[in-house]
Write a protein that binds this ligand. Structure first.
Ligand code: SAH
Length: 272
């Protein structure tokens, strides 16, 4: 496979363009890792489009486009990267979009059909990227992304873990998460200060949670904002004296599964 690869040399610091810190630019320079990230897409779900966020110099893109069955879309906020991409991936020209992923109407780019998301994400906005994925969850069957390692671990973590938190619960309500592998600092230019982790999110079959979803989000956020407290303390404003005596409120938020948060929401919904 690799010998057929159209190699696009990752952009070195040749004076052509310098990595911009405020845009979270850390360019991956290891092609084996790039290929492994792209291989993280199972392509098992029924979709024909893949959207890459923050392609930079296209180190992942070069592997993505090898699979002709999929239409590739690229979004980057950096105009210099866009110029570079249009030059090196001219075949994608009309699918290369300049702008801020967070402010985009994705339907205008990919249409109404399902699409997967892939990227070595800018770490400063990675949580916001995932919340946007949730907004489009019924169109996004699969996400493969590289994050700061701690963020990747948190998203993938299970109840009982010290790092289990808001993003774990909100994402695991709709996606199954696999932690794929860890990536070292020294394979980036410039190297970030922290290690990275690659995870895969696979949409589960729930179209809706069995509870008031707005209240569910509020409860998850409120409970974890005081994660050391028991739920009877952190959720006091939502409780009455009778409910407070139930054993579940003696727990701390990190002990609750997604299902238990749903049950809890239904309990509190009767009062609020
Ligand atoms: N995928 C490339 C680049 C990763 S660096 C590689 O692995 O080498 C992160 C990329 O995200 C940069 O190209 C940066 O310009 C882009 N980026 C940063 N903020 C963005 C935003 N809000 N929307 C879209 N792209 C963004």
């Amino acid at each position: 496979m690799l010998e057929n690869t159209k190699q696009h040399e990752p952009r070195k610091d040749s004076g052509e363009v310098k990595a911009k810190k405020h845009l979270g630019q850390h360019f991956l320079t290891d092609l084996t890792i790039a290929q492994n990230i792209v291989n993280g897409l199972t392509l098992a779900k029924n979709y024909k489009k893949v959207l890459e966020i923050g392609p930079g110099m296209g180190v992942l893109t070069q592997f993505l486009i090898q699979n002709n069955n999929y239409q590739t879309y690229l979004i980057d906020i950096d105009s210099e990267s866009i110029i570079y991409l249009k030059k090196h991936f001219s075949e994608l020209e009309k699918n290369i979009v300049e702008g801020d992923f967070l402010n985009m109407n994705l339907e205008e780019i990919t249409g109404k059909e399902p699409f997967a998301i892939i990227g070595n994400f800018p770490y400063n906005i990675s949580t916001q990227i995932l919340f946007k994925v949730l907004d489009y969850k019924d169109q996004i069957p699969e996400v493969v992304g590289m994050f700061q390692k701690e963020v990747a671990e948190r998203i993938a973590s299970k109840p009982g873990s010290k790092v289990y938190g808001i993003t774990s619960v909100l994402l695991q309500a709709f996606y199954d998460i696999d932690y794929l592998f860890t990536v070292d600092e020294n394979v980036f230019n410039p190297p970030p200060k922290v290690k990275s982790g690659v995870i895969r999110l696979t949409r589960n079959n729930k179209s809706k949670l069995d509870c008031n979803e707005t209240l569910f989000k509020t409860i998850v956020k409120t409970a974890f904002n005081q994660r050391r407290k028991t739920l009877s303390n952190s959720l006091k404003p939502f409780l009455n004296e009778t409910l407070k005596e139930m054993p579940v409120f003696r727990l701390r938020p990190e002990q609750l599964s997604v299902e238990q948060f749903i049950e809890l929401t239904n309990l509190l919904d009767t009062l609020n």
